[in-house]
Design a protein around this ligand. Structure first.
Ligand SMILES: C[S@@+](CC[C@H](N)C(=O)[O-])C[C@H]1O[C@@H](n2cnc3c(N)ncnc32)[C@H](O)[C@@H]1O
Length: 298
């Protein structure tokens, strides 16, 4: 089912300036890509259209994010509420859907009552760009690439470990931690009848200099979740490559393998080594403190 409520969109939530121009291009591109004619009254620059995520894709999104009863989820642009309702009904989570089209908000509330989850699935008429994302452990979205890119800096500031799942669209240079592709024979848009579901886990800020006992040091650089740097003693630093998923760091290199976690220690972030091998074997149980400057002071 496709409904394109172009006219009913909340005027105050419409993009302006560069955002409006970008969305105009995207919507034109989307219409061409999906081979659908824009309705005569569609104004280029109107917001993201209402297109539902098919049920099997909704399930895949929630499974990919490992949603459970302990989670609080938000769907940005919640349409008829299906993602929040499924998260509550099938996975026991609590959720909020924010949506700018008032009729869709009403419909979502009715759907939640029908599904018996009105106590755990809330819907608000609200602009997603004016929504505080910090209380949520899982963020879901089916928007547009440019909108995802605008959300990216906000998402990257969220608590490490927050899971973000997007139907079809990615986040540019911030590559997903995982992607699954699903056959969707009845997909309303697109020619390939496939949906892609992307997962990102907000990475912790592990970059910088970390100093352990006896001159052990890690000097790390991070771009999104990809980490590289040097690890070892003051004079024998070995190249290390790896990733950070939430607060968990995994490095490997000629020195061996290392797993560490960024945790709070005495009110400050510290890197606690959980497991290590090779020349880093001796680092088991070692805690690294944040250093400053070029090298650790012994
Ligand atoms: C592609 S639909 C996805 C609906 C639902 N999340 C799903 O996956 O089935 C995108 C939804 O975002 C809503 N939307 C667009 N711009 C919005 C904004 N600024 N704030 C809140 N909702 C918005 C649209 O009205 C539409 O219902």
């Amino acid at each position: 089912m496709i409904t394109l409520p172009w006219r009913t969109l909340h005027a105050s939530a419409r993009p302006t300036g560069p955002r409006r121009a970008a969305l105009a291009t995207l919507l034109g591109g989307l219409a061409l890509a999906v081979g659908m004619a824009c309705p005569a009254h569609a104004q280029a620059g109107d917001e993201v259209p209402f297109i539902t995520t098919p049920d099997n894709v909704t399930l895949a999104m929630l499974e990919l994010a490992k949603v459970g009863a302990q989670d609080t989820l938000i769907d940005l642009g919640s349409g008829d509420g299906r993602i929040v309702i499924t998260a509550a009904r099938r996975f026991g989570a609590r959720g909020l859907g924010v949506e700018i089209v008032p009729d869709l908000v009403l419909r979502s509330r009715e759907n939640a009552v029908r599904a018996g989850v009105a106590d755990r699935a809330e819907f608000r008429e609200q602009d997603l760009f004016k929504t505080d994302l910090s209380p949520y452990s899982v963020i879901t979205m089916y928007l547009l690439p440019e909108v995802n890119l605008q959300l990216r800096p906000l998402v990257l500031r969220l608590r490490p470990g927050t899971r973000v799942v997007s139907h079809d669209w990615d986040m540019g240079e911030w590559l997903p931690d995982r992607t699954v592709t699903l056959d969707v024979p009845d997909k309303a848009v697109g020619r390939d009848k496939l949906s892609r579901v992307h997962l990102w886990v907000v990475p912790a800020a592990v970059e910088g200099l970390w100093c352990g006992p006896g001159g052990a040091q890690l000097r790390l650089e991070r771009r999104f979740q990809v980490v590289q740097g040097r690890a070892g003693g003051a004079r024998d630093l070995a190249l290390a490559h790896g990733r950070v998923e939430g607060s968990d760091l995994h490095l490997s290199g000629p020195g061996g393998e290392l797993r560490a976690r960024l945790v709070e220690g005495g009110g400050k972030p510290v890197l606690r080594v959980l497991n290590s091998s090779g020349t880093w074997q001796a680092w088991r149980e070692v805690t690294f403190q944040q250093g400053s400057g070029e090298v650790c002071k012994i």
